[in-house]
Design a protein around this ligand. Sequence first.
Ligand code: MTE
Ligand code: MO
Length: 407
Amino acid sequence: MKAKAFSRRDLFKLGTAGAAVLTTSAEVQAAGKKAGPVCEEGGCCITPSGDFYNVERGNPLPYKLPPEKLREIGMVRETWQLEIISDPTSNAKIERPMLRSEGTALTFDRLMEIAKTKAVSYLKVITCNNLADPLGHGLWEGVPLRDVLWECGPVENLRHVWYHGHHNEDPKQIFKCYLPMNRVFEDPPGELPVMLCYKLNGEFLTGERGGPVRMIVPEAYGFKSVKWLQRIGFTNAHQSDDTYANGNNDINSWLKTFARFGDLPAQIKAADPLTLHGNAQVGISGLKKVQFWMRDVSAPMPPNDPYFAKAPWQDAEIAPFDGSGIAGFKGAPLHPVQFDPATRQPREWPLRHTLCRWTAKPVKLPPGRYELRCRTVDANGTAQPLPRPFPKSGKNNIQKALLEVVA
Ligand SMILES: Nc1nc2c(c(=O)[nH]1)N[C@H]1C(S)=C(S)[C@@H](COP(=O)(O)O)O[C@H]1N2
Ligand SMILES: [Mo]
């Protein structure tokens, strides 16, 4: 018996009103049933663009406007324009703002011109910090944000950039984010650049995926990767004021490492081998191993052990790099932080900020009822849900699934 599939897609179109629905979704996931596009084959877990789950607000959704309107507001590549301004409420100084009114806004053709020498590609998973399952994982292609920002001649009083997407010119529908200037202009060692992204898995971004151009912030939760990008502002504001700061979200959180189960049976026969499997998100602290624990519910729980640190965890195996989605890729160069340019092999495996697949060796269980759990141990040796078991900064609770084994 397979877990009942259901679509989360429509749940998220409710915007903030969707919060109540998300609770239900979390309960379903707690019972071990998947609510995201689980990768079941290959090592690289590339999600086709249309299989991503959407987290989106807007009434109407910008990409669902009629074709003439899409052209008019710049939601197609031919008419897309990005404004880059000095925040009017700030004294940030830039020499060459890019403005629609002056015909200097960045066009898609100009972006492609810059892309000829600057474009890069990297793997990244998109995960909402309020949802347990990643939304999708792919090879994103774009121009580092700083290469475009430099064209504006930034000078001084610069502490953050903010950016927002199309929002029907309704302030209530705006989706806006901030990034510190240092993050945009200088990548910490081993880190990927923030990019103005126009392709996913070798294809131009669809409107549903955030096209013509979306931001991609490699180490961040989904809300920093603003879709339908329309305007960027340089500001001297010393604090961020992201849309996602509402609702108690931790807007500075970077991706956590955690494991999830794929589709599992609810019941098996004692004669049938069970193969546990699933996906793991590789957060900022990397991934050393995925582990599982099968507890007969009649056995006592370990006392005073909220994270089951003393449980008899067993190691699963992480699917090796197999080149899927990478080997034949003809787009912009794979970023050297992730892949060796000469061999096109990953620098490490699995890569940070990505999704990978894991499986355990088949086992047979005597009849009974079991709780199945999986967890990660990150490259620092810290087991899930540590080091940050706090809500609203990315979900990484240890997942539990229930299994009945019958004679
Ligand atoms: N313009 C805009 N960008 C947005 C959003 C939005 O509502 N509007 N949602 C954000 C949130 S909260 C998430 S989790 C990701 C989801 O990306 P996806 O729909 O491509 O999976 O998009 C982000 N970018
Ligand atoms: Mo999100």
